[in-house]
Design a protein around this ligand. Structure first.
Ligand SMILES: Nc1ncnc2c1ncn2[C@@H]1O[C@H](COP(=O)(O)OP(=O)(O)OP(=O)(O)O)[C@@H](O)[C@H]1O
Length: 742
């Protein structure tokens, strides 16, 4: 059928032309690489005996050339098997009509400069994602261009062979998407450049110098879009931005591993991917052993709410706590300010304490405390240098005058000699002494200020009753006591890190290597407002892309429960929602929506894209049986599905089930935070760790610990259900175990 497309032959030729040209460029790149390598080798050899600075420059230039040639070569090699995926027939107003082929990287004809392939991230490619056919507009660095889109066409190219062509309108767009969604049997995220949807594209290309918050339903593509936005960002910023200044904050190492493959595929590497905790510990250089946050979650889930833990966790995430810490910083500032005294050279005052104090408290208040002090030290040193000359000239003049007077005015020889000698001796002692003293005036002056240790400072706050009473006067006495009691023993939890980072930022400042300029946060619903505020303060930027889903906020006892406060914290941020789920079938989403409807957040139900599958199967069973799970596992495999997860509520459950399965001989893997997923195995996953991941099929098992009708459990269950792409099984004593009626 496809071969009958009237343009098929022409498109075959076009593909052949493109591939040929790519091959040609690749051979050239190969030669460039070799010659750069050869040049570097020669310059290295010359380093010893020729003018080495010239050789050094040669090496640098060739290294840069080598890097460029290698990048181009790698870029082309990566896309050779699929040079492009779409074409637009487009006319920019005033220009001739063009056929533009869109792919993952661009390729221009070296002589004619004609685009052979246009990068999907380029401004004109936006037309493909955004534009309906007809007259349209697109943005090039803030400038609006007009044009007319005649047609859009998609290609299915595999291994360099053209298999299919489709001209797209709205209906075929759906077909393509469905095709993309139906396949895939991998527990890795993949790139979706050819099927990015309009509302997703808007987020990817939303203003790059402005923060953005996205509330997106489970499976709506938040993670995928965030990664594509990074690719788009780096492409658009080009040389003006160093990728090392971009950071992705992910929930755990497992998740980082899960997204790991997409970034290089999108042409992005070198950016740091870490967790909030790891980042804070690295940036503060503190070694703190943190209590596993999931243990805390699990203790909340199993013991019901432990009031004190819940209260303290909530408080530590709040902006109120930020204010407490800020008051603490201001108190420290006052203590420092009181230590300023006048600066003297010998007995001459050269600076007033009040001036330095003003400098410290007001004029330099935008700097971290220790940076301010370092700056003040420089100010003193430079002032001393300037004033020293004046003091010395003045003294010299004074002695000259005194000597003159003595020489001319004293008649008595003996007396005159004595006085003159005294002046000369005094002068010869004082002047060098001043010279010497002024070399260290500034450092001697600064010795009064002690260096701070952020960890010690924070521990003091946590354990000092007077401080707490002073800085958190709004807490009633019992709360203050509870707070102190919980902290009597030194133990660190994730919730402390915002405060620690904030203190570091305000007192020492964040070192340049950790001062990321652009931040992407996935699963941002699990952040507290204070975490976000601390990052914003420490990094001195609001260029954050934050994606999340309140319905999956399993840590909501200590994190976000609404978006408004985040919007208040980031007043420049735009806010978007994504309601469509691309992951799950209609049938699975119906069940997940039943749980969503029971939540307090009143989030709109998720709309699945039209893709049908088997209805979720409920299997009644009183007890966990490894044999039964093995049977389900086999039947799912027989249906052709690869990645299969057995999800249960807690780690204790997961550990037990994994043990039973292993004893029974089922090849399974218990997922923990530090694990790398092996998708050949049945993956046994505690619900909180499943967040962000997806599997072809999911079996949710609940025996010893059923899901209760509580905030946290509804969310954990919702997370578990929405991990499934194609098949879902629920196994337990009753449907009530899964909060389902029917
Ligand atoms: N436009 C698209 N075309 C094809 N596949 C898509 C598209 N958008 C999303 N997907 C697929 O949908 C699935 C869900 O995407 P992703 O994991 O990014 O969603 P999410 O919103 O982060 O989900 P969750 O919040 O549940 O973790 C992935 O398999 C992704 O490849």
């Amino acid at each position: 059928m496809t071969a009958q497309h009237p343009d098929f032959q022409a498109e075959l030729e076009r593909l052949a032309y493109t591939k040929n040209y790519m091959q040609q460029i690749l051979s050239e790149s190969q030669r460039d690489l070799q010659s750069a390598q050869e040049n570097i080798r020669k310059s290295m050899a010359d380093l010893d005996y020729l003018d080495s600075s010239l050789s050094y420059l040669n090496i640098l230039a060739n290294a840069r050339f080598f890097e460029m040639a290698r990048n181009q070569k790698e870029g082309l090699e990566a896309v050779q098997k699929k040079p492009y995926f779409a074409r637009i027939h487009f006319q920019k107003t005033g220009d001739p009509e063009e056929f533009l082929y869109i792919g993952k990287t661009s390729l221009f004809h070296r002589e004619t400069h004609e685009p052979i392939i246009v990068d999907w991230r380029s401004p004109v490619a936006n037309v493909y994602y955004d534009g309906r056919l007809g007259d349209m507009e697109y943005d090039v660095r803030g400038e609006i261009h007009k044009g007319h889109l005649f047609a859009k066409r998609q290609y299915k190219i595999e291994d360099g062979q053209l298999l299919n062509i489709r001209d797209i309108d709205l209906t075929t767009n759906d077909e393509l998407l469905q095709e993309a969604l139906a396949g895939k049997a991998d527990v890795r995220l993949t790139e979706i450049v050819s099927t990015i949807q309009k509302e997703q594209n808007e987020i990817i290309r939303a203003h790059l110098r402005q923060p953005i918050i996205v509330q997106g339903a489970a499976g709506s593509g938040k993670t995928t879009i965030a990664l594509h936005r990074i690719s788009y960002f780096l492409y658009t910023m080009g040389e003006n931005f160093n990728p090392e200044q971009l950071m992705i904050l992910a929930p755990n190492k497992l998740f980082i591993d899960y997204i790991g493959d997409v970034l290089p595929e999108l042409g992005v590497d070198k950016i740091s991917q870490t967790t909030f905790a790891d980042y804070v510990l690295a940036a503060t250089k503190l070694k703190l052993k943190l209590r596993n946050p999931n243990e805390q979650l699990e203790s909340l889930v199993s013991d019901g709410a432990n009031q004190t833990t819940a209260w303290i966790s909530e408080i530590k995430g709040s902006l109120y706590y930020r204010d407490v810490i800020e008051r603490y910083v201001q108190k420290i500032e006052q203590v420092i300010a009181e230590q300023f005294e006048d600066v003297f050279i010998e007995k001459y005052r050269i600076m007033r304490a009040s001036h330095l104090k003003k400098l410290f408290l007001y004029e330099l208040s935008y700097m971290p405390i220790e940076k301010r002090l370092a700056h003040i030290k420089k100010v003193i040193a430079s002032h001393v240098r300037q004033k020293k000359q004046a003091v010395l000239s003045m003294l010299n003049a004074k002695y000259d005058e005194a000597l003159g007077k003595a020489l001319n005015g004293i008649r008595d020889d003996e007396k005159r000699r004595r006085i003159v000698t005294k002046y000369i001796d005094e002068r010869d002692e004082r002047i060098p002494a001043i010279e010497k003293e002024t070399k260290s005036t500034a450092s001697a002056y600064m010795r009064r200020f002690s260096k701070y240790n952020v960890k010690t400072l924070y521990r003091t706050l946590l354990t000092n009753a007077e401080l707490i009473a002073e800085l958190a006067p709004e807490w009633h006495y019992l709360e203050q006591q509870q707070f102190l009691q919980v902290h009597a023993k030194e133990q660190w939890v994730l919730e402390d890190l915002a405060a620690i980072y904030y203190l570091q930022a305000r007192i020492k400042g964040i070192a340049d290597e950790w001062k990321m300029r652009v931040v992407f946060i996935d699963e941002v619903q699990d952040y507290s407002l204070f975490q976000l505020a601390a990052l914003k303060t420490g990094l001195e930027t609001d260029m954050f892309t934050m994606v999340g889903d309140l319905a999956q906020g399993i840590h909501s006892y200590r994190s976000l429960t609404a978006w408004e406060p985040v919007q208040n914290l980031f007043p420049r941020a735009s806010f978007r929602t994504l309601q469509k789920s691309y992951r799950t079938t209609i049938e699975i989403m119906e069940v997940a929506n039943e749980i969503l409807a029971q939540m307090d957040e009143q989030l709109p139900l998720v709309e699945p894209v039209v893709r049908h599958g088997n209805p979720p199967t409920f299997i009644q069973a009183e007890f966990f049986s490894a044999q039964q799970i093995a049977q389900i596992f086999d039947s799912i495999r027989a249906n052709g599905h690869q990645s299969i997860a057995l999800i249960c509520k807690t780690t204790v459950d997961a550990t037990r089930m994994h043990q039973a399965l292993t004893d029974y001989g089922v090849a399974s893997q218990l997922l923990t935070e530090d694990e790398t997923i092996n998708q050949q195995l049945l993956l046994v996953v505690p619900s909180h760790l499943a967040k962000g991941l997806e599997f072809d099929a999911v079996i949710v098992a609940a025996f010893d610990t059923p899901f209760f009708d509580t905030k946290i459990d509804r969310k954990l269950l919702y997370v578990a259900l929405t991990r499934a792409m194609h098949e879902l099984y629920l196994i337990g004593p009753t449907k009530k175990t899964f909060l389902l009626e029917n």
